[in-house]
Design a protein around this ligand. Structure first.
Ligand SMILES: [Zn+2]
Length: 750
């Protein structure tokens, strides 16, 4: 293909070199070419930078990343993105934009990870209302100055509005600003020849869909010289940019995208957008030829030439990066044996169960799917349907600890949860499909939340559903409606389930009505015969790119339980903040003393050192908590007993609300966790930090003294102590009780 030049007047051009990539998830290579993998990817970057370093004034270079690195992947479900930090630090990145998935485990977690990276992060158009700035740790712009050429490049980072609403509990104090307006403002400020920056050109990193990138590029033409986009996973280069390098059919790509990219010579040929594929499998080498100054505060971009580089197996692995990947793999497999939760009742995930009838593990899964996005959608999610085939473990998780390995074993699939708008008629058709193959143990058999289905196994395939009630309920909408109808619920940490409604409640499925359904992307694409779930793009509320993995939902759920139950154990919620801080400090003091007295592992807690430091009042556990954790599940089966809510649910708002939900034992307690915080909960994070400060002031129980003592303890004894601690801890604070059943009921034809 011939390079296309769109502006030809220049005298002394200078060349700048950018390396661009976006959306990376899997660090290990795939089997098919281009195999990718972070180690070969590092080699490709190093080789390229080495060759540029040998050049003269035309050798200035920067590596730029357009977002989505910390999630989703199997590894991320375990590390919450931590493992990506050392790998990204190998890639000589000059600037990075935060993508939607970087928020998957919450803003505090993202900030922690950013703090550990060796390069700056941008987010120009999501700003804190109070400060007018991006969240702490992120910047609005960056100025890079060529060491050889002296050219100054302004880098900005813009995102689209669409994905923000798909992030559960996106902090409400963070507000979206128009990407185009913001870019124009920043461009003017950065270019101002009498201002402090006086940049020569402006490059925008973006994390948005191609269509939005193209609109953005047109709206900011003349201000933004080049758009380097992420979020989409395909490779794309605008027609106005020259292409070089290995054969690659741009025309096919553009046709497939049905973009609005103008042809060269059409009204606005300056639409310059590059998207660099995904997943360490490809990247772009971008050469920008910059001409002489052409007026106030700008130099004209004369030519942009893009080389698409595939990461194939012919590239050698970069040894230091390969070593990090090996370490990550070891760490991940070691972490899979860690208890993350506790079940008071065996959870049945046998194929023979999940593919022929309702299973409590299936119900729990569907509950989490229904609740994952409840806060993103004003009306809540009406119900969730997943196929039994999503549960891969073919095993029963016995009463006792649940490990990360159990979760990964059951949910190895990396297809995300999606939320769609759908008519009742299509839901019914999907349910008929679910039951059609019975008694064959097909993966399509349903597991549901928010529904009660009566079906006749002897009916004709395709006409087996007798009655469908929409029970919604477990919802946990913002309106508090869930209190009347607790279905689908998990027990409180005491192991006592919420009361069952005596009669199934709900409204018959209305075939004409539109509902909001949470399901798997696989099913919404027609997998397992679910053709009725195939959904046009405009009916997606949360699409596949924005969806979370089921394994990550479980992870977040247990983290959430720990957090809210730890809070509940330690604080009288109606005290003033000051009082709460002092109390917390007091409790922790006591706790540390107890621990020392018992000669156990230090107050830092069973999970410290392997988990994010921002997660919970880590490991605090007091003997007088009286949480009832010893309650035997066998004595509470059936769920006739009331909740112990009265003892705890005397609180209002924010974390208190979450605590109340937790008492009820609902997945919606996720609302209060670090991984997904509401505004008030953010305050509570500050509160938690304050607690830690006070603890430190009051004698530093968590500090050196304690660590020293624990080191002196004998190795084996220490490990054993820690193990016991973890088990006790998850049992008290991350415990799942019996899940309400009766959602899928077999009836006989009259
Ligand atoms: Zn994305």
């Amino acid at each position: 293909m011939q390079p296309v030049f769109f502006l030809l007047s220049c005298t002394m051009p200078t060349t700048l070199n950018l390396v661009h990539f976006n959306d990376v998830y899997h660090i290990s290579p795939k089997k098919k070419e281009p195999v990718g993998g972070a180690a070969r990817f590092a080699t490709a970057i190093n080789n390229h930078l080495d060759s540029l370093n040998k050049k003269g004034p035309d050798g200035d270079h920067w590596v730029l990343f357009s977002g989505d690195v910390f999630s989703p992947s199997m590894e991320s479900s375990i590390t919450r993105g931590n493992h990506m930090v050392p790998i990204m630090n190998q890639l000589h990145i000059a600037a990075s934009l935060a993508g939607n998935h970087d928020f998957d485990f919450g803003v505090p977690n993202l900030q922690k990870l950013i703090g550990e990276t060796s390069f700056p992060w941008l987010l120009s158009n999501i700003l804190d209302e109070a400060t007018g700035e991006p969240p702490e740790g992120l910047g609005q712009f960056l100025v890079l100055k060529g060491r050889k050429s002296g050219i100054k490049v302004g880098i900005i980072g813009l995102v689209e509005k669409e994905w923000i609403v798909t992030i559960p509990n996106f902090p409400p104090n963070l507000k979206y600003h128009s990407a185009s307006d913001k870019a124009r403002d920043l461009s003017r400020t950065l270019r101002d020849p009498s201002g402090p920056h006086a940049v020569d050109i402006v490059v925008a990193l973006t994390h948005m869909r191609l269509q939005n990138d193209l609109i953005f590029a047109q709206e900011t033409a003349g201000e933004v010289d080049l758009v380097l986009g992420g979020h989409d996973h395909f490779y794309y280069v605008s027609k106005s940019l020259a292409l070089s390098g290995p054969d690659w059919s741009r025309d096919r790509n553009i046709a497939a995208q049905r973009g609005t990219d103008p042809e060269p010579g059409e009204p606005d040929p300056r639409v310059r957008v590059v998207k660099s594929g995904t997943d360490f499998r490809e990247l772009s080498f971008v050469k920008i030829v910059v001409g002489d100054p052409v007026g106030e505060g700008r130099r004209e971009v004369v030519e942009v030439e893009v080389t698409r580089q595939e990461i194939t197996s012919t590239l050698a692995e970069h040894p230091p990066t390969a070593a990090i990947i090996a370490q990550v793999t070891t760490l991940v497999s070691a972490k899979t044996s860690r208890p993350i939760g506790y079940t008071c009742t065996p959870l049945d995930g046998l194929f023979s169960t999940v593919r022929t009838r309702e299973s409590n593990l299936g119900n729990l899964t569907a509950d989490l799917m229904q609740h994952a996005y409840a806060t993103c959608i004003p009306t809540g999610v009406d119900f969730a349907i997943c196929n039994g085939g999503v549960l891969r473990g073919d095993a029963i998780i016995d009463k006792g600890v649940i490990t990360l390995g159990d979760i990964m074993n059951f949910f190895p699939f990396e297809d995300p949860v999606v939320v769609i708008r759908i008519s009742g008629a299509r839901v019914l058709a999907a349910l008929e499909n679910s039951f059609a193959e019975y008694p064959k143990q097909e993966g399509r058999f349903p597991q549901v939340a928010g529904l009660r289905i009566e079906w006749d196994p002897k009916g004709e395939p395709g006409a087996r559903v007798r009655k469908v009630l929409v029970t919604k309920s477990n919802g946990d909408s913002h309106h508090g409606g869930e209190r009347q109808h607790p279905s689908g619920l998990l027990a409180p940490p005491t192991g006592r389930p919420a009361p069952l409604p005596s009669q199934p409640q709900g409204e018959p499925l209305d075939l004409e009505r539109e509902y909001v359904l949470a399901t798997r992307e696989y099913m919404a694409q027609g997998g397992d015969g679910f053709t009725s779930l195939v959904t046009p793009p405009q009916d997606y509320i949360v699409d596949g790119e924005n969806g979370m993995l089921i394994s990550a939902l479980f992870r977040r759920y247990f983290l959430g339980l720990k957090y809210v139950n730890a809070m509940r154990t330690h604080f009288e919620h109606e005290c003033t903040t000051h009082k709460r801080v002092v109390e917390a400090a007091h409790v922790w003091r006591l706790h540390a003393k107890n621990k020392r007295a018992r000669g156990l592992q230090a107050a830092a807690g069973p999970e410290s050192g392997t988990e994010s430091g921002t997660e919970t009042p880590s490991g605090t556990e007091i003997s007088e908590s009286g949480s009832g954790a010893e309650t035997d599940a066998s004595s509470v089966k059936g769920g006739e007993e009331g909740t112990d809510g009265a003892a705890h649910s005397t609180t209002k708002g924010g974390i208190c609300d979450a605590l109340t939900h937790s008492v009820k034992g609902r997945p919606c307690c996720l609302r209060g966790v670090h991984g997904s915080m509401t505004g008030e909960d953010v305050e509570d994070t500050k509160f938690m930090r304050k607690c830690e400060e006070v603890v430190a002031e009051l004698g530093g129980e968590k500090s050196e003294e304690v660590k020293r003592e624990s080191k002196e303890t004998e190795e084996g004894q220490e490990e054993k102590g820690e193990e016991e601690d973890v088990v006790r801890w998850v049992r008290e604070w991350a415990s799942v009780g019996p899940v309400v059943e009766g959602r899928i009921v077999e009836v006989a034809e009259q």
